[in-house]
Design a protein. Structure first.
Length: 91
């Protein structure tokens, strides 16, 4: 059960970071700011991977990869964590 909880916490933290990055993008936060830079450094590997694999996520000047990342995280929280918990309940 601890593994499922750990996965859920990590996925939730990543979701929050993606949301924070999206808010920074909306308000036009300065990229030189250390907090903005740290959030971008933590989320860019996955968001960049999504953009390369799913190029249709870029619609005009809008980048929809954060939305896709949140949907993937929601799926992981509902499916993967549930499966880990069910597996743990068997033992």
């Amino acid at each position: 059960m601890g593994l499922g909880d750990a996965i859920q916490v990590l996925v939730d933290i990543f979701q929050i970071l993606v949301l924070v990055r999206w808010v920074f993008w909306l308000v036009g936060a300065d990229a030189a700011n250390p907090i903005v830079h740290a959030v971008a450094a933590l989320t860019e590997p996955f968001l960049g991977w999504l953009r390369r694999r799913l190029p249709f996520l870029a619609v005009g000047s809008w980048d929809l990869s954060p939305l896709a990342a949140i949907l993937i995280c929601t799926f992981l929280n509902t499916y993967l964590v549930q499966q880990v918990w069910l597996l743990a309940a068997r033992f």
